[in-house]
Design a protein around this ligand. Structure first.
Ligand code: ZN
Length: 241
């Protein structure tokens, strides 16, 4: 089983009626529902207002892949919890960052850049192109899929060049965006996926669900032994200098 924790800020759904209509139990509940249908994935959820944001040492120790959705309250996430998540990623936990999570403290810390981007919220069509056919995260998709209404995110996306770019999105207004980016930091795999603005029912769309399921399987820890202890080292050969 892949043990997934879905973290959601969970504020828009409580404060905005239009968002609550789409996600009455929260974005995390909808993501949990479709992940639970997979036989090999177990799911728990955590939200900002829980003690330690629901991301205690114990929870993270039992998490193989953490999914992150946040937007308006990135600054409220405590630095100590961010550091805890960061260390878990370096040790091998997978991290999937969704949509406005591009500005989450944890993502910026892992990327080392501003993660700024161009945006426009009018609800335009997005066409998500698969640019790495055969990649595990693109499994089951065609050449592209479309999202009828989505927030536009456009380049430049100020992130390091991804280790692998799986998706490139085009928006009706004309911009393009690197919408599916893979990274490795330490032993942990990271996947950033752009779709998921809170006022559109994006996480109900089968193709989007397919990507997230695929990404969970791709991001699960893949190293088999413990992290080596790195310290002062005696030479293996005689050194005469
Ligand atoms: Zn948004």
């Amino acid at each position: 089983m892949v043990r997934v924790t879905i973290w959601n800020e969970y504020l828009h759904e409580l404060e905005n009626e239009a968002v609550a209509k789409i996600y009455p139990e929260g974005i995390h509940a909808v993501i949990a529902d479709f992940l639970k249908k997979e036989g090999d994935i177990s799911v728990r959820t955590a939200t900002l207002n829980e003690p330690e944001h629901g991301l205690t040492e114990e929870v993270l120790a039992e998490t193989d892949v953490l999914i992150w959705w946040g937007h308006k309250a990135h600054w409220q996430v405590s630095d100590s919890v961010v550091e805890r998540v960061y260390q878990r990623v370096l040790a091998g936990m997978g991290l999937i960052v969704l949509h406005s999570g591009h500005h989450a403290k944890i993502f910026r810390k892992l990327m080392g850049t501003s993660c700024d981007l161009r945006w426009r919220d009018v609800g335009e069509k997005a066409r998500v192109w698969v640019v790495e056919q055969g990649h595990p995260i693109a499994q089951g998709l065609g050449d592209y899929f479309e999202i009828p209404r989505e927030e536009m995110y456009g380049e430049r996306f100020d992130v390091p060049a991804p280790d692998c770019l799986v998706f490139l999105s085009w928006f009706k207004g004309g911009e393009v965006f690197r919408s599916g980016c893979c990274y490795q930091r330490g032993r942990g795999r990271i996947f950033y996926f752009q779709p998921g603005h809170e006022t559109f029912p994006v996480y109900y769309q089968p193709e989007v669900q397919r990507v997230i399921v695929n990404a969970v399987r791709w991001a699960k820890p893949s190293f088999v032994d413990n992290r080596p202890v790195l310290m002062h080292s005696e030479p293996l050969e005689e050194l005469n200098n």
